[in-house]
Design a protein around this ligand. Structure first.
Ligand code: NG6
Ligand code: CA
Length: 507
């Protein structure tokens, strides 16, 4: 048996048979809560002490907490693309961090996570940050905006089009900008300011939060952003109210769909920059806006959990909570995150963070709860990846996936439900370069890119030679042991090449 056959056999073993008596398709409601830039060490049930996350901890107490779970990438767009499609984003060019005027990067004929659940009779909704592009050319923000979430499997959509630090700073509900005013049309540019537009660069006296790097263009709600914007005064969001607005829409979606199975994808704007939590959360931690945004995110988790309970849905709802990439402290605004960090370790014991090849880039909190089906207060060391939700939910709902669909999504349902300690046996992590994890080992491809991001001060994990780390002996990736194991490095790099050229990795 060669390596590939062996991996396939292992994958198949984890995909079948382990569910035992309860392989019956089930159709619980599914809520996927996806934080933005929340690190492994940023919540109390993963070891944080200077911020308290009682609602996230309660979720973990009701279910299963993973210690070796990964976002597919160390940045947002590729991680989200992979969750939605079950395909490694690096297979598709153009899936890096998108500007706010980018076209939709998901093929509308492709099988998607919401599309799969819709096929099984679920009502599907997204409330939160999209960042996967909209439309198929130049977007007219004053007309119908499509294709977007509704064309790739969602029945309902209420989104921040890109990120909170990118224009346009408006919500889009289904195909329309919320509170759009035809007499004050919205225009967006990522090239140059509009005539007479005030910007963070020219008018810093107008800012209530100043940039530390970048973010010196359009000014909205006293914060300068990436990109230029004019018009749409009545449609502009107020940063401090985003969490209230999004969580209220999530509550409404749950209440409106409570009589049928539903899938709610809740990609929160917290704790991405600009960190502008509501006044209620200001000072909840002594870490400034970054800590307070974590408290705000936790409150949203509580609001969703409470809504499920109030409507008698808590027992029959599977909740997953995770983050789209690792943590970053200074991501472009002077928000005291560095000055007030103190002893807090956003990535826990892991090295690097957002943007990094080291594990801090992709190893994130990952909690699954489903009362009555998952044992409370349990922990799993199984290797899992968010890209696997698609195939795992196909198994959960008794569906098969065609060979060409979701090419990198493994069915790891037994691990997700705590019935197996085996998730994946390998995975590819994407940051500046690709890395391959295989059981106890991780190899990072060689890269001539900088070792440190001088703006965010992140250790990027780039080195001119491939690096090899032992994941159990040295989880913090301190000792590159490539020189001691040249054969292993060679084999693993070859395995990574073949995953890349095969175009698929799903067993
Ligand atoms: C970077 C931004 C950063 C953040 C990131 C995307 C600058 C200087 N930095 O380019 O602030 O927006 O993109 O974050 O503009 S992500 O979580 O959506 O990937
Ligand atoms: Ca992110």
């Amino acid at each position: 048996m060669d390596r590939r056959q062996f991996l396939q056999a292992l994958g198949a073993a984890s995909a079948t048979g382990l569910l035992g008596a309860s392989t019956q398709p089930a159709r619980p409601n599914i809520v996927f809560i996806y934080a933005d830039d929340l690190g492994y060490g940023d919540v109390s049930c993963y070891g944080a002490t200077r911020v308290h996350t009682p609602n996230i901890d309660a979720l973990a107490a009701r279910g299963l907490r993973f210690t070796d779970a990964h976002a597919t990438s160390a940045t947002c767009t590729p991680s989200r693309y992979s969750v939605m499609t079950g395909q490694y984003a690096w297979r598709k060019p153009g899936t890096g961090i998108l500007p706010g005027d980018a076209s939709l990067i998901i093929d509308t004929n492709q099988l998607t996570l919401p599309g799969l659940l819709k096929r099984s009779g679920y009502a599907t909704g997204i409330v939160g940050k999209w960042h996967l592009g909209l439309g198929s050319g130049e977007i007219d923000w004053n007309a119908e905006i499509k294709p977007g979430p509704l064309e790739v499997g969602f029945d309902y959509s209420f989104i921040i089009p890109a990120t909170p630090d990118r224009v346009p700073c408006v919500f889009v509900e289904n195909h329309r900008v919320v509170n759009a005013d035809p007499s004050d049309p919205i225009h967006i540019s990522y090239k140059e300011p509009f005539p007479g537009e005030v910007t963070g660069r020219k008018n810093p006296e107008m800012l209530k939060m100043k940039p530390s790097h970048g973010h010196d263009q359009a000014i909205v709600d006293g914060v300068s952003r990436i990109g230029y914007m004019e018009g749409g005064k009545a449609a502009l969001w107020v940063d401090e109210d985003i969490a209230d607005t999004l969580s209220a829409k999530a509550v409404k979606f749950i209440e409106q769909n409570k009589d049928q199975p539903f899938f709610l994808y809740y990609p929160a704007h917290d704790i991405h920059v600009p960190r502008m939590p509501n006044q209620r959360f200001v000072g909840k931690t002594d870490m400034g806006p970054r800590g307070d945004a974590i408290a705000e995110f936790d409150w949203c988790v509580g609001r969703i959990a409470e809504t499920l309970k109030k409507n008698g849905l808590d027992k029959n709802t599977l909740i997953i909570l995770s983050s789209d990439n690792g943590p970053v402290v200074d991501d472009g605004y002077q928000d005291q995150a560095v000055e007030r960090l103190g002893s807090h370790k956003p990535a826990g014991i892991y090295r690097g963070g957002k943007y990094s090849n080291f594990d801090g880039g992709t190893r994130v909190p990952f909690i699954v709860s489903w009362p009555g089906h998952i044992k409370p207060r349990t922990t799993s060391n199984a290797l899992v990846d968010q890209i696997d939700l698609l195939s795992s939910f196909a198994a959960l709902t008794g569906q098969t996936i065609s060979v060409g669909d979701a090419p990198d999504s493994f069915n790891i349902l037994p691990a997700l439900l705590g019935r197996s300690q085996i998730g994946r046996t390998s995975l590819v992590e994407e940051a500046g370069v690709l890395s391959l994890v295989e059981r106890d080992w991780k190899v990072i491809r060689a890269s001539d890119k900088p070792r440190i991001n001088k703006y965010t001060n992140t250790e990027l994990g780039n080195a001119p030679q491939p690096q090899l780390y032992h994941r159990t002996v040295d989880p913090s990736e301190k000792q590159d042991v490539s020189a001691q194991h040249p054969e292993r490095v060679k084999d693993m790099l070859a395995a990574l090449d073949s995953i890349q050229t095969a175009g698929r990795s799903r067993p």
